[in-house]
Design a protein around this ligand. Structure first.
Ligand code: AFP
Length: 364
């Protein structure tokens, strides 16, 4: 399709809004502010060492640590600031929450307060930014509680604890060889590529569908000794390839940047697992529910894929904490359903699964 005929993100949003003749335009303006933040972050990331933005964020006494107990990169802090600056003033938001902030961010009283909540991971995969892997920003849009909208009161953590199924929209920007913006407003998934000449996101992937089957899986195999039996079983069967119960060979990938893995899976299928494991009993998984699992889960489901904790659909989980962690499996529908089935079935006896006994590559 000639470039001139490709919709911009703004045109796409206007088209989508025609489904809701009474819409105020607030929602579209919010998504455009989020997209602007992503463009600004893409630009900052692209300068890398030249822009003096690589490395840890240093404070008195050493590198700063976020609420997760993780070292903050300079770019984590900068990206968080960009999200706040671009989104606090427009009057569309009642408040924000981020991986990089302990508590909800209150919209300053100098700005009007609106009806949406924005939850985000400003720079996912950032612990690998210094080696130039693809990183991205993940966001989720929720409705603020009615009384908060009516009164304009400060928000509490509880206001954000909504199941993923209630998301109004979700998406991510990927800062890779090209910058892309992937969005679902609850009507399928559309992908936009940043046109560096225009500085605009142009619609390049109008209706993304995750292939239902796959021969590719992604998991951090260094955790194998901590996996629960259903995950061990699944991975063992994939590794057994043609000669095993699956009767086909599988390929494995691990980028350690979930947003990049999610994008690969959206484009060509696959399954991603960061399951609950026994590594640290105080952490029921590695990834965060509200700004990682829920938005990526929403995108996957809207693209015909599936997202699960292993035990239940991730979008059905009622959050208990702002920074709650959770086990996450997503991607091609048939694989995710298989992994869920393994979690619900009684563990097979060793005699029924020779892979588990003698030949498991990941035996403990
Ligand atoms: P960072 O944003 O701190 O780099 O974390 C990335 C992440 O949350 C997710 O994007 C990766 O899939 C996962 O962590 C990688 O975890 P491992 O380092 O345990 O493989």
């Amino acid at each position: 399709m000639p470039l001139s005929q490709r919709f911009t993100l703004t045109q796409y949003l206007i088209e989508q809004r025609r489904r809701f003749p009474d819409a105020s335009g607030d929602f579209n303006a919010l998504i455009l502010d989020v997209a602007l933040a992503c463009k600004a972050i893409a630009r900052t990331v692209a300068f890398g060492e030249l822009g003096g933005v690589t490395g840890n964020h240093e404070v008195e006494g050493g590198a700063s640590i976020n609420v997760q107990g993780e070292t903050q990169k300079k770019l984590d802090v900068l990206s968080n600031q960009v999200f706040i600056q671009m989104n606090e003033w427009g009057g569309h938001l009642a408040g924000m929450a981020s991986e990089e902030m302990d508590a909800p961010y209150q919209i300053p009283t100098s700005y009007p307060r609106g009806k949406y909540l924005l939850v985000f991971d400003p720079l996912d995969g950032s612990s690998n930014i210094d080696v130039n892997v693809s990183v991205g920003s993940i966001f989720s849009v929720l409705r603020a509680p009615a009384d908060a909208i009516a009164s304009g009161r400060d928000l509490t953590e509880a206001d954000f604890l909504q199941p993923g199924a209630t998301q109004v929209a979700a998406g991510y920007a990927l800062y890779g060889p090209t910058t892309m913006f992937i969005l679902s407003v609850g009507n399928g998934v559309a992908g936009f590529t940043l046109d560096p000449n225009l500085g605009e996101f142009r619609l390049t992937h109008p209706d993304i569908r995750v292939p239902e089957q796959t021969q590719e899986f992604a998991i951090n195999a260094s955790n194998s000794r901590f996996w629960e039996p259903p995950v061990k079983r699944y991975v063992d069967e994939c590794l057994a390839g043609k000669t095993g119960p699956r009767g086909k060979d599988f390929n494995m990938r691990w980028i350690a940047s979930m947003v990049a893995e999610a994008h690969r899976i959206l484009m060509r299928g696959g399954v991603f697992l960061y399951p609950r494991d026994t590594k640290d009993p105080s952490k029921p998984g590695r990834l965060r529910l509200l700004y990682e699992a829920n938005p990526i889960g929403f995108i996957m489901e809207q693209a015909g894929g599936r997202a699960s904790t292993g035990h239940q659909p991730v979008l059905g989980v009622r959050p208990s904490e702002l920074h709650q962690r959770i086990g996450l499996v997503f991607g091609s529908r048939e694989e995710v359903e298989r992994i869920e089935r393994y979690h619900h079935e009684p563990a097979p006896r060793a005699s029924e699964t020779p892979l588990f006994a003698e030949r498991s590559l990941f035996r403990v």
